[in-house]
Design a protein around this ligand. Structure first.
Ligand SMILES: Nc1ncnc2c1ncn2[C@@H]1O[C@H](COP(=O)(O)OP(=O)(O)OP(=O)(O)O)[C@@H](O)[C@H]1O
Length: 623
């Protein structure tokens, strides 16, 4: 069976726990958080399609804040969906980690960002084995891999006296697995769902040259460039993901989405814009953004994609412009690493008067294959390319090794190559990452296969901290709003418990100004001064509620103390009553009253002062 080792993973529905904690971000942060405008350009694809393009000054959104998981406000929840078994598949296993997660608030007042951290998430690793090619078949090359299930791969190294090596992963796709299977079961759907909710997601293919990385991502050579329909059966993960992305967007009519795409390659350590390479293929600079604390490519072309066709046109254009070469092991070998990025901005209504936006993205990274130059018989330009490819993959390997060693994580050499700079966030930052390791099944490739499997096994240990990115001003307003709601609910509860009759609105309005209600989706049109005012009003409201909360708590504490005193007094009186009663029992002339605790008849429920009742009974007896 093609999907013998499938271990499936799907999004979980568990929501993050939120805590209402005071927001301390200074209002001045707001003024720094308003996005800078971008220059609008127009680009035309070779296919003749006009693409509305926006050339942003950087790939990072200035003033983007970071926020993690919320429940009731329509913000995303993520769970470790990796590795959920599905009985509909023929053979599968559960192998990966799958603990649920709960986010906790940790607001930073640094700059204009708000960071809400969560538990860590492991990189998800799946392996795809390509079928034997013509060359291997004709020379009788033997298959050396076995798939016992449970996401395991057994690799017979063929060395006498050496035991077969066993590796295990989240999912293993055998050679008969289809492109659709990879979309369905690799977990990329989960990545897309998370990207539209504001997470930074990356799917990257790793493996030796000719192992099927490009096939997995974009299908057989020339398919995309031929302008085939997006629904053609051979399309790889990227086109299928585009289709799924638009399907997801259609299912969310309550949100407004803005998609932008960029496509770059790293060729001989130079970053080339595949959507705007220019005749000179002038390299772009990779810079560090203090604000987002990550690397970005300066002046990278960004294309607005309103329709599926626009995304497809971006892919087509990039595929035409990327560097491809031929060598002994692959006639259509990628000579560069490519990164196709789709940014997803989602505007949503968080409550009746507040709308906010999240900024997610999905990167599809097709790494160039590691090459044994002896086998590929590279020389000249191809050899130089191979050396650069191998060097950057080696740096990636160092980074992965360091990151996977949880105990002694030392310096991570991200800065040593462009590739690792751009993948830094996906590997260990705040992203969600899927690694697709591609391998060949034959004996002639055994050492490369073992290397890839080791690489993949190491990557599986890497943990990252996924977070949602949203505008700092939205994060601030929503956080204040959430806090106000939590305090209102708590105060209401306290009032009910204490039977305090005051009307909240009257009481509160006397003390503070109430923020005016803003029409949904108007938040963005507000000038900075009004936004500033709005945040201040929320902060005032918040502070008034907190004061009221403190007052109510102190009233409650006082009442509890009073109650304590009363019950002590009550006990004292009961004791006295028991004493009086015991005197009556001992007296031959005074009838004893039942103990107070024994009183059960309706008559006995009328308690009379024993002293007066005794006096009156004596009086009636001797009258
Ligand atoms: N799962 C598969 N099913 C059918 N054909 C495949 C599969 N995987 C790879 N191939 C074919 O094998 C050849 C090499 O694959 P591909 O170019 O994708 O390798 P690659 O890993 O991207 O190589 P490089 O690193 O040199 O770019 C292609 O002709 C491709 O169509």
């Amino acid at each position: 069976m093609a999907l013998k080792n499938l271990q499936l993973f799907q999004p979980r529905t568990d929501m993050y726990q939120r805590q209402a904690t005071p927001m301390r971000a200074p209002p001045t942060a707001l003024s720094r958080s308003i996005s800078k405008s971008a220059e609008t350009l127009v680009a035309t694809t070779r296919a003749g399609k006009e693409i509305r393009a926006r050339k942003a000054r950087s790939t990072e959104q200035p003033g983007v804040g970071l926020i993690k998981g919320s429940g009731s406000l329509g913000l995303p929840s993520i769970g470790k969906g990796w590795g959920r078994d599905d009985d509909s598949m023929h053979s599968r296993s559960r192998n990966g980690s799958g603990s649920s997660r709960a986010g906790s608030l940790d607001r930073s007042t640094r700059g204009s960002t708000t960071t809400l951290n969560s538990d860590e998430d492991n990189i998800n690793v799946v392996v795809r084995i390509r079928p034997l090619n013509e060359k291997e078949r004709s020379c009788g090359d033997r298959e050396i891999l076995e798939f016992p299930g449970k996401g395991q791969i057994v690799c017979d190294t063929g060395t006498p006296g050496q035991k077969p090596k066993v590796f295990s992963y989240n999912v293993v796709f055998e050679s008969l697995a289809t492109q659709e299977d990879v979309l369905e079961y690799s977990g990329v759907k989960r990545l897309l769902e998370m990207a539209i909710e504001g997470f930074s997601c990356t799917a990257f293919c790793y493996g030796q040259t000719g192992s099927g990385k490009t096939h997995t991502l974009t299908g057989p050579p020339g398919l995309v460039e031929s302008g085939a329909s997006p629904y053609a059966p051979d399309h790889g993960l990227v086109v299928r993901s585009f289709v799924y992305l638009f399907q997801l967007i259609k299912e969310r009519p309550e949100c407004h989405f803005i998609l932008k795409a960029s496509f770059l390659e790293i060729y001989n350590e130079k970053v080339i814009d595949l959507l705007n390479p220019g005749t000179a293929r002038k390299p772009l600079q990779v810079r560090w953004s203090k604000e987002s604390r990550s690397f970005y490519v300066e002046n990278l072309f960004m294309v607005d994609c309103e329709e599926l066709d626009d995304l497809f046109a971006v892919l087509e254009e990039g595929m035409r412009n990327r560097s491809v070469g031929s060598h002994a092991m692959n006639t259509n070998s990628s000579r560069s690493h490519t990164v196709l990025c789709v940014r997803v901005r989602r505007d949503l209504r968080a409550s009746a008067d507040i709308s906010c936006s999240t900024h997610g993205k999905i990167n599809f990274v097709d790494l160039a294959g590691s090459e044994m130059t002896k086998k590929t018989q590279s020389s000249g330009k191809t050899l130089e390319e191979a050396n650069n490819i191998n060097r950057s993959l080696m740096v990636l390997g160092y980074c992965i090794a360091q990151l996977s060693d949880g105990k002694k994580r030392g310096h991570i050499p991200y800065r040593d190559s462009k590739l690792t700079k751009l993948l830094a966030d996906s590997l260990a930052g705040n992203g969600v990452t899927l690694m697709i390791a591609c391998i060949a099944p034959t004996r002639s490739n055994v050492s490369e296969t073992i290397n890839t499997l080791r690489y993949a096994a190491r990557a599986k240990k890497i943990k990252s901290k996924p977070i949602v990115k949203m505008d700092a001003r939205d994060a601030l307003i929503m956080s204040l709003k959430r806090e106000v709601e939590a305090l209102q609910a708590e105060n209401q509860h306290l009032r009910t418990a204490l039977h305090v009759q005051t009307d909240y609105n009257i009481d509160y309005n006397q003390r503070s100004r109430t923020p005016t209600r803003i029409e949904p989706n108007k938040l963005y049109q507000l000038p900075q001064t009004e936004l500033f005012e709005l945040v201040q009003l929320h902060m005032e409201e918040n502070s008034a509620l907190r004061n009221e909360n403190t007052e109510l708590f102190s009233v409650r504490d006082q009442l509890l103390k009073d109650q304590e005193l009363l019950s002590r007094e009550n006990e004292r009186l009961l004791k006295k009553l028991e004493d009086v009663n015991s005197v009556c029992i001992r007296s031959p002339i005074i009838p004893a009253r039942p103990a107070y605790s024994d009183v059960s008849s309706s008559e006995a429920n009328i308690w009379t002062n024993p002293a007066t009742s005794t006096a009156s009974s004596l009086a009636s007896r001797y009258s």
